[in-house]
Design a protein around this ligand. Structure first.
Ligand SMILES: [Mg+2]
Length: 231
């Protein structure tokens, strides 16, 4: 079926690269590597608390209230503090371990390679990501999907994060794309879907957990393989 699209912009984390699975693996390794069982009996309790603290800090990072450098160690130092361990040195070491190992994990969402193979000859594929610059390229190459993408647009390079219109405009300029022949695919309604709508770009909301919502969307999928139906 013919459609108007020439360019497809993908989000990376939680859309192609399986952030939760990869992160969980590294956090389990951290629990063992740093002998946390002395102070925290259950690794799952540690991981749950870390995720909660990390998420709150990411909200502050998105609002530019916490710097990237602060975020890295602080999310672990704060988690340790919750379990009555006051050790910011350890927190920093855990932060370094996480930042080194996390992007080297390679789990992708089901059918990622299959759908990229299907799309690559019909469209130009690109990435727009709010993730940290030095790790996003590692994720792409380690998980063996780097070669599918022409342009990788990083918020840190551009200076603003999704959903700021400027990052989408910059992405289209680099890709020589126009909003009327571009499509954004991402899991974050605010950053990806609302962001795309602000520059007049169509979008597909990736909602693998099928979470109920009342957000305004063009289209929604729960599995990447569904893209074949209309692309
Ligand atoms: Mg995402």
């Amino acid at each position: 079926m013919e459609n108007k699209y020439k360019h497809i912009f993908f989000d990376l984390d939680r859309t192609l690269w399986h952030f939760e699975a990869n992160s969980h693996k590294v956090l389990s390794n951290i629990y063992n590597h740093f002998n946390l069982e002395k102070n925290i009996k259950n690794p799952d309790v540690f991981i749950e608390k870390y995720k909660e603290i990390n998420e709150n800090l990411w909200t502050l990072y998105r609002e530019d209230k916490v710097s990237k450098e602060e975020l890295r160690g602080k999310r672990f130092t704060d988690t340790l503090a919750h379990f009555k361990v006051s050790d910011s040195m350890l927190g920093e070491e855990m932060g370094d371990y996480y930042v080194h190992h996390s992007p080297r994990q390679t789990e992708l969402f089901p059918n990622t390679i299959k759908i990229l193979d299907y799309l690559k000859d019909k469209y130009q594929l690109h990435i727009i990501t709010n993730g940290f610059e030095e790790v996003q390229h590692i994720k792409l190459s380690e998980s063996k999907i780097a070669d599918y993408f022409q342009e990788v647009i990083l918020s840190e390079r551009v200076g603003v994060k999704k959903p700021h219109p400027f990052i989408f405009k910059k992405a289209m300029k680099l890709a020589k794309a126009k909003s009327n022949n571009s499509l954004m695919i991402g899991d974050d309604w605010y950053a990806d879907i609302y962001g795309a709508s602000r520059v007049g770009m169509d979008s597909i909301y990736f909602n693998p957990e099928k979470i109920k919502h009342n957000n305004k969307i063009d289209k929604e999928i729960a599995c990447l393989s569904e893209l074949q139906e209309f692309l």
